[in-house]
Design a protein around this ligand. Structure first.
Ligand code: ATP
Ligand code: MG
Length: 309
């Protein structure tokens, strides 16, 4: 199987900040790939290197076997980019933006007209095509920049937080479209903070933290690898010291969550009995008790906690 993207020992320094710190990974052709990390993790910097906007300090990036450093033009012809900050001209209409973008890609006028019309209809923008982009809603602007990126008929689509700040229906529509684009064979490289989004959409995920890779796996495997993150949420009728719960058999960690305690364990079934005994011995009442399996969000928080990168 050909790699759509191959990243080897990539590093980017800004002064003494290592924004990207010696990362390596591969994305298979046709894969729906997620690139996750907290604010400042290095996601946008990585996308900007992969799409040839900035140069790496060291390391190598291949896009369908084209070295982005040496064969930038060939590599760029294969990609569509939806950047973190909109690249549309606000004082021009959606249609004119499409025309500009298409000319940059070297499309012939007839083809450009037809494809622009098709895309704008598909993304529900055609009736507003002659209005200036500054009058578009945030969701409309985002849909327009996706249309602009698709004019290139890309083999790889890079999306930097495409649904950030959008409402439920715009988010739903954009996710649906991206899924369809992927079904048509396009490789997707998606960055997001949104665990739910990554879990629903991606086949494989890299979690990056402080410029370094903290994990690479499928969403389900990531959840499985953190059995330790199974937990019990319990509320007693009196405030209890964390330490006293710590000493119970099988407890890995205890967190206070509002008026409840979240107790991490690999043996939630057994711990329930210990908690019942504990309550009896201390003359406590258990008000609520629930067991939780780890979510991708738990995995993410665990892997990106201070000092755990
Ligand atoms: N042009 C630049 N000059 C100096 N520092 C930069 C520059 N671009 C990024 N950085 C720094 O590199 C680090 C990574 O930033 P980056 O924008 O890649 O993070 P991110 O994962 O995309 O974050 P966010 O989720 O907030 O978008 C940060 O510490 C940032 O301040
Ligand atoms: Mg970013």
């Amino acid at each position: 199987m050909i790699n759509a993207i191959k990243v080897e020992q990539l590093t980017k320094k800004f002064g003494n900040i290592n924004a990207v710190d010696n990362i390596s990974f591969e994305v298979k052709k046709g894969e729906f790939f997620g690139f996750l990390g907290p604010n400042g993790a290095g996601k946008t910097t990585t996308i900007r290197i992969l799409t040839g906007i900035i140069n790496a300090t060291s390391g190598k990036v291949s896009i369908m076997n084209h070295d982005i450093g040496r064969h930038k033009l060939e590599a760029k012809k294969l990609m569509g980019v939806i950047p973190e900050v909109s690249n549309a001209y606000m004082d021009l209409s959606g249609w004119i933006n499409m025309m500009f973008q298409g000319e940059l890609y070297g499309l012939h006028r007839k083809e450009l007209y037809a494809l622009s019309k098709e895309l704008l209809i598909d993304f529900d923008l055609y009736s507003r095509k002659d209005q200036k982009v500054k009058f578009y809603s945030k969701g409309m602007k985002q849909r327009l920049i996706i249309c602009m990126a698709l004019l290139n008929r890309p083999e790889i689509l890079f999306l930097d937080e495409p649904t950030s700040g959008l409402d439920v229906s715009s988010t739903f529509m954009i996710r649906e479209k991206i899924r369809n684009i992927n079904s048509g064979g396009t490789t997707i490289f998606l960055t997001t903070h949104n665990m739910e989004e990554a879990s629903q959409m991606c086949e494989r995920i890299v979690i990056i933290n402080k410029g370094r890779i903290a994990a690479v796996n499928s969403p389900e495997n990531l959840k499985l690898t953190v059995k330790k993150l199974q937990s019990i949420i319990v509320a007693f009728d009196r405030d209890m010291d964390k330490k006293s719960v710590y000493s119970l058999p099988g407890v890995k960690d205890v967190e206070k969550v509002g008026d409840k305690m979240r107790i991490f364990t690999e043996i939630p079934g057994e711990l329930v009995f210990h908690l019942v005994d504990f309550a009896r011995e201390n003359d406590l009442k258990i008000l609520t008790l629930n067991t939780l399996t780890p979510s991708l969000e738990d995995v993410f928080l665990k892997l990106t906690k201070e000092g755990n990168g």
